[in-house]
Ligand binder design. Structure first.
Ligand code: GTP
Ligand code: MG
Length: 340
């Protein structure tokens, strides 16, 4: 296999299952360099080999799925407490986290006062301080990981420019966060997050050198019923309820409130595909088992008529092919190829 940089992005408003998709791409692949971008408002869920479920807010999901290098990119925001906790828990579970972790010195540090600022915003926010930290960074007041290292030199060995790491590793996986519709220029402003959430944004946040962008494979994840966080979080097409859908209430990984849920929105996903690479996009449709419980945890989806009709209808509506579907929290099923 030649050089490849897989970039996982969301097509809707987050929680599309990017953690699951990144996890299945990373499982058992210790040759892979995994880079997490974004901040701790995102919780990426994966299930490890022992069946334990993890929700990562700082570290890449690969931390518990392979033994390859893991990194946090320069355009990320780090909550040191969250990071420390994840390092501790993963080390206790037997993973060599500290020996494989590299944090870019340019990553921004979230401080307690950033969280307080966001608590007073009128628009739905997860209140984790990322927007406030980004604002301070624009004003040249925020602290960076590199500043923390200059105070505590023992952190030096966990520090590295992701740009250099990317040059050294042929196989790279970048774990984007949130979703296209949450982007601050995606059309839902001010019901949006503090940045854009496309592959091109994550590529920049991860520090990919420009001449390597030719190796990027955009992987876009969409779920059958998109969600938005609870509260005043903006428009949601065909808003419905979990009871109406006969699904259990879904809670936000990080804030633990019941999420809002809507109907599948082809127009939004079509825009997301176009913004993330058009025909080059590998589109993954997760949670197909929510629509068709009979395929839950199955890998032989193409044998089922109704789910396949549903997928084909979606393809017709958006004008792009679906590459793979999700049928469970660790079930990524390629539709057109042996491997995804
Ligand atoms: P953010 O970056 O926070 O937006 O998160 P994310 O896109 O990584 O989503 P998250 O990991 O929070 O996933 C949502 C939930 O769906 C998790 O509990 C996953 O385990 C679960 N999940 C992912 N894919 C599937 C699937 O195909 N079927 C089912 N039933 N569950 C899934
Ligand atoms: Mg999540």
């Amino acid at each position: 296999m030649g050089r490849r940089i897989d970039v996982v992005a969301g097509a809707q408003f987050g929680s599309e299952g990017k953690g699951m998709v990144a996890g299945e791409l990373a499982r058992h692949r210790s040759d892979l360099l995994s880079i997490r971008v974004g901040g701790p408002n995102a919780g990426h869920c994966v299930i490890d080999e022992t069946g334990r479920k993890w929700a990562f807010r700082a570290l890449p999901v690969a931390t518990v799925l392979n033994d390859g290098p893991i990194a946090i990119g320069p355009g990320s925001e780090i909550d040191l407490e969250v990071l420390r906790e994840e390092v501790k828990e993963t080390m206790e579970a037997g993973h060599r986290t500290l020996y494989r972790l590299f944090i870019d010195p340019e990553a921004t540090i979230i401080e307690p006062h950033h969280r307080n600022v966001e608590a007073h915003l009128a628009h739905g926010t997860t209140g984790k301080g990322i927007g406030a930290a980004r604002a301070e960074r624009l004003l040249r007041q925020a602290k960076r990981w590199g500043d923390a290292v200059s105070v505590s030199p023992e952190l030096e060995r966990h520090t590295g420019y992701t740009e250099d790491l990317i040059e050294e590793h042929e196989q790279v996986l970048i774990e984007g966060t949130q979703g296209f519709g949450l982007g601050s220029h995606a059309g839902f402003y001010p019901y949006c997050t503090s940045g854009d959430c496309r592959v091109i944004d994550f590529v920049a946040q991860a520090g990919v050198p420009w001449y390597f962008t030719q190796y990027v494979r955009p992987i876009l994840v969409a779920r059958t019923h998109p969600i938005r966080i609870a509260g005043n979080s903006g428009p949601l097409y065909g808003e419905t309820t979990w009871a109406e859908l006969r699904l259990p209430d879904e809670y936000t990984t990080v804030t633990k409130k019941v999420r809002r849920v809507g109907e599948w929105d082809s127009a939004l996903v079509r825009r997301a595909v176009q913004a993330n690479g058009g025909p080059q996009v590998e589109l993954v449709l997760t949670m197909l088992d929510h629509e068709f419980p009979e395929i839950s945890g199955h890998y032989d989806v193409t044998l089922y008529e109704d789910p396949m009709d549903y997928v084909r209808q979606i393809e017709d509506e958006i004008g792009y092919e679906v590459s793979a579907v999700g049928t469970g929290p660790r079930h990524l099923v390629p539709l057109r190829r042996q491997r995804f």
